[in-house]
Design a protein around this ligand. Structure first.
Ligand code: HEC
Ligand code: HEC
Ligand code: HEC
Ligand code: HEC
Length: 157
């Protein structure tokens, strides 16, 4: 066969060699060590430890009960019952050691995140009772009139 026919073959072999070399250096040594029969055959064993080491930032409402039982009781029995404390106060990892106190955001923006009117019917978010921020008592903090832990309208009368 003529030489020019072989040339593309050398190129292909060269590319394969490069790919194998790259694979050797780039694929971590613990990749796939569980073997093919492991559910996650193509899996890096060290990944399990990495996820176990991730600290969970959010603690959940039950964890607040020990020290803020009154707030938990009020909040749970209100229309805001489905909302986690940390949704408004931020992650409680290591609280009260560090931070000693969690954030208290008294701005209208905190509430408007969920209650600003959205012209998109059908979505879960649009199903939440909404107000138009520009006309619903503009300039006054929402919490002057609404209790953030028990916003139930029937409690306002
Ligand atoms: C082991 C007890 C303990 C637990 C559990 C705890 N807190 Fe606290 N929290 C405190 C203490 C102590 C303070 C600071 C003293 C104070 O002002 O009441 C505080 C302060 C706060 C403040 C600020 C109060 C203020 O007046 O500035 C908020 C908000 C708060 N915690 C929310 C939470 C939430 C939400 C959770 C659950 C995710 C939680 N805490 C879990 C003990 C606790
Ligand atoms: C919808 C947002 C929202 C949720 C949910 C929420 N809070 Fe609050 N929280 C606030 C706001 C706003 C204030 C400030 C109220 C004020 O200054 O009148 C506050 C004040 C507080 C305070 C300090 C004043 C007080 O009442 O003692 C604590 C402690 C607190 N929240 C704990 C909690 C805990 C525990 C939960 C969950 C059971 C929770 N909060 C859920 C918005 C929220
Ligand atoms: C000056 C007092 C006042 C302030 C400030 C205020 N509200 Fe209200 N809000 C009311 C009263 C009173 C009602 C019930 C009567 C009505 O529907 O207007 C109400 C009703 C609502 C409703 C129920 C609407 C519905 O469809 O029934 C939502 C949601 C609401 N407010 C959220 C907010 C939010 C969020 C803020 C801050 C951005 C805020 N409010 C500020 C007094 C206030
Ligand atoms: C994470 C989303 C979220 C945030 C933040 C939030 N709310 Fe709500 N709110 C809800 C949901 C969900 C309901 C219950 C469903 C409904 O009434 O549409 C509700 C209900 C209400 C209602 C109507 C209660 C009733 O009787 O129908 C008022 C008023 C209200 N919230 C005020 C506030 C105020 C004031 C703040 C800020 C301090 C706030 N919300 C922050 C989600 C939120």
């Amino acid at each position: 066969m003529k030489k020019h026919v072989w040339r593309p073959l050398y190129v292909v072999l060269g590319v394969i060699a490069l790919l194998l070399a790259a694979r050797y250096f780039l694929v971590p040594s613990d990749f796939g060590v569980h073997g093919k029969n492991f559910t996650y055959g193509f899996h890096r064993a060290g990944n399990i430890n990495e996820w176990q080491a991730v600290s969970i930032k959010y603690q959940g409402r039950e964890s607040c009960n020990e020290c803020h039982s009154e707030n938990v009781a009020t909040n749970s029995s209100s229309k805001h019952g489905p909302i986690q404390c940390e949704n408004c106060h931020g992650p409680a990892l290591n609280h009260p050691e560090n931070p000693e106190k969690l954030t208290i955001d008294t701005s209208r923006d905190l509430c408007l995140r969920c209650h600003s009117y959205l012209p998109t019917p059908g979505s879960l978010r649009a199903g939440i009772k909404s107000i138009a921020p520009d006309t619903h008592n503009p300039g006054t903090p929402c919490i002057d009139c609404h209790n953030p832990h028990k916003p139930d309208l029937e409690e306002m009368q």
